[in-house]
Ligand binder design. Structure first.
Ligand code: NDP
Length: 334
């Protein structure tokens, strides 16, 4: 069964790498045909993630032309040929992780698609999906955070940070968050963070000193650092003896090559994880998704949507995200 599908669609395409201006909004982009193992999904809401900017600038290489967008929620309009082990049907309301979300239609692997349970809206599902799965893998597998431990989380008001602050508090960790500006600081405090530092102004610029003060000179058990270039050195100072630093993003640029001897004095462990490495098998994927949906359905985890941008305003969405103007998640409406 197949719903009627047009041959062309609205999509945002990049042909070269560069600034937000390389994002081209097109109205005559071909609608893909689902291949073996794929579903064709009509996207209702697409997530904007910082990783999209890395592919746009070329920090992460990928063949061009490219349609960005790692996740979306929508409706299955066609099931590709071959086996359909997860029993998707035309009309199913689904959430997928792959690429090409900046478009009305995406052909995506069924293996990386899940049905959205009743009671969770498309917007809520996307706002929690890639970011929330990342957070769960980081606190469970990259470093299993324990109750009562001090944790330092950078960019705590962002898409991933907003969810991570809540998850860390659910675990019972003691959270020190950093964020840029008084509104963001207030937002992170409202989530129950124990200390929040405005790392862009005043005394907060010396956030390492503040972290040491708060932890009686010891430092934190783990640092979750997605800012990278601007914070990596401070993160090495703020971590305690035998602690762990998780570098999981490059919002200010990548962490430069690091001599391993830098880790010796405090016997520090470092990790540089990526979500897709933790959810490669269907079993791993489903288990994290189930946990995420449970947190949403029980009301323990709240999403925050900065703004829903029409697809044609995608350049503005990238400018706002890179300009540090946003809190929570940015969404696109194809
Ligand atoms: P965010 O909404 O968190 O936006 C990034 C935030 O980083 C900004 O709001 C800003 O917050 C902070 N920041 C600090 N320095 C800069 C800078 N120079 N330019 C821009 N922003 C800066 O984005 P996401 O939630 O999409 O992603 C958060 C991070 O997590 C990213 O680094 C992303 O790459 C990473 N990530 C990694 C994954 C993985 O698998 N490894 C998966 C998902 C996300 P402030 O103003 O408070 O400083």
């Amino acid at each position: 069964r197949r719903m009627s599908v047009p041959s062309t669609q609205k999509a945002v395409v990049i042909e070269t790498t560069g600034g937000p201006e390389v994002l081209q909004f097109k109205t005559d982009y071909p609608v893909p045909t689902p291949q073996e193992g794929q579903l064709l999904v009509k996207n209702n809401i697409t997530g904007v993630n910082f990783i999209d900017t890395y592919f746009r600038t070329g920090l992460y290489p990928a063949p061009k032309p490219e349609v960005l967008g790692r996740e979306a929620a929508g409706v299955v309009v066609a099931v590709g040929p071959g086996a359909n082990p997860y029993n998707f049907k035309v009309g199913d309301r689904v959430l997928w992780l792959n690429t090409t979300g900046y478009a009305e239609y995406s052909a995506v692997p069924a293996a990386k698609t899940v049905k959205i349970p009743d009671g969770i809206s498309d917007e809520e599902a996307v706002a929690a999906f890639l970011s929330g799965l990342t957070v769960l893998t980081l606190v469970k597998e990259t470093y299993p955070v324990q109750k009562g431990e001090w944790v330092l989380l950078h960019a705590a008001a962002g898409g991933a940070g907003f969810l991570m602050t809540q998850v860390l508090k659910l675990i019972g960790a003691k959270v020190i968050g950093t964020a840029g500006g008084p509104e963001k600081v207030a937002l992170v405090k409202s989530l129950g963070a124990d200390h929040v530092i405005d790392y862009r102004s005043g005394e907060g610029k010396d956030w390492v000193k503040k972290v040491k003060e708060v932890t009686n000179g010891e430092g934190v058990s783990v640092v979750y650092d997605s800012v990278g270039k601007d914070t990596w050195e401070g993160s090495l100072e703020a971590v305690k003896r035998k602690g762990t630093i998780v570098w999981f993003g490059n919002a200010s640029g990548p962490v430069p090559p690091l001599p391993l001897q830098r880790l010796s004095p405090k016997c520090v462990k470092i990790a540089r994880p990526m979500l897709f490495g933790y959810i490669e098998t269907r079993e791993e994927f489903e288990s994290y998704v189930k946990e995420l949906f449970n947190l949403l359905q029980s009301g323990q985890l709240k999403v925050r949507i900065h703004k829903v941008y029409p697809l044609e305003d995608v350049q503005q969405a990238h400018k706002d995200l890179e300009g540090r103007k946003t809190t929570g998640k940015l969404l696109l409406k194809p």
